[in-house]
Design a protein around this ligand. Sequence first.
Ligand code: ADP
Ligand code: ASP
Ligand code: MG
Length: 479
Amino acid sequence: MTFFRLTFLSTRSEALTCAVRLALCRSRLILLITRLADPLGRTFTTEGSNAVPANPSTYDVNPLEHPASAEVPSNPVALVVQKFGGTSVADADRMREVADHVKRTRSRGDDVVLVVSAIGNETDELLRLADEVNNEPPGREMDMLVTAGERKAIALMCMALHAVGVPADSFTGSQAGFETDNNHRNAKILSVDPRRVRDSVDKGRVAVVAGAQGMSTDNNVTFLGRGGSDTTAVALAHGLGADACELYTDVSGVFTTDPRVCPAAKRMESISFDELLEMTAVGCPKPAMRSVEVARAFGVPLHVRSAFTWEPGTWVLEEDPAMERAIIKGVVPDTSQAKITLSGVQDEPGLAAKVFRTLANALVNVDMIVQNVSESDRTDISFTVPLEDLDAATATCESLADSLGFGGVTADPDLGRVSVVGVGMASNPGVAATMFETLADNNVNIEMIATSPIRISCVVAEQDVDRATAALHTAYGLD
Ligand code: ADP
Ligand code: ASP
Ligand code: MG
């Protein structure tokens, strides 16, 4: 069982780690009491992991069913799901380091389930290869190809564990019980039945699960999309009733902004699910957005940390109302935006509905939408889409131009977005004014603005994104 020290806590980070450990011990105690109180030995997950989503519709959270048939016997020791990204298992040396880390975690008394990504940049390499063979590859074959990366990684990881005397079993997504929808390349998890994973752990072994994959309802291999291994780890942690989910990566946690863009970026000790969800929704790549949605929906405590230094990272938790709220927690740059403008659109009911329904059917993700005040009976509508959806979105709009009678479709790929996020902005006036003043002082023109209660985003020229990010990081006192 995990132990914790009652010695003097010299740093805030130690205090936080201790607080989290106390919380985990509490959940384990609840688990133990539940087990003792149930003479039939039926299984229960911990209190928090069954929490009802605050607002399930907001982010289209999948109903991660935990089927009644999937009885998962629980242990009174801690169970931790550890996920390692591509760079963390990039070669044999890195895999040995991970194996050694798992061995040390187990020597503490904890059980470990590992989730791994494909080695290094293998996913990019497979995607590039597919594109060379066929630039419109069938989704089913694409998923068969891409998931091979994770499959190699789990076998090699198990071999590395065996080499240091840790018994381990590898599991593909379907063997680990991940059932998904049929949406190839970006499948959504429908349910997780982790019986085989649990059995392996109960036998004193480490289960090593391939990230970002599952089996569709029509029995095809599916890929959960880029960054999907984070989602695998969180969903598995929920399905197993694990005490925590640790996401190991090549930086030491979640930073106040992208450390590659702004060297003044600082690691956060903790962040709330809501804030991190907003950050990931507007371009922060770590952790993957869907993993944060699932963690928030089911109350899975997340710890984002370094696979290189092993130091404590960033805890992602429910917001503690007693904590002083930072006004701005992070600044998020995003250079993967594009804008489409439809000009001379008839200003009449139902027209926007037709355009955006057709775009939705073409699986284009529209973000910000601006409709100008109409002159005579015509107006312009501009909206942003991810750069990768620009061609599909432009073609869709052009196909509508004649039937809906609008003048033209203009595509602008050179756009970016910069966003500031923090729960404290809800109770502090002037956050937007500071943002606009800072951008103006740095000669950055704002093309569009969007807000949520805890976020302000501005669309700007792509070339201005890095400069705007650094200036806002300074302006909100994050340097
Ligand atoms: P992994 O492969 O381990 O899943 P990713 O490569 O997908 O990890 O994401 C990690 C990268 O995200 C880091 O190398 C870091 O440069 C980048 N990143 C961008 N913004 C942030 C941020 N605010 N906090 C942490 N990392 C960030
Ligand atoms: N290997 C996949 C990717 O690079 C899945 C993952 O790592 O999460 O996106
Ligand atoms: Mg990744």
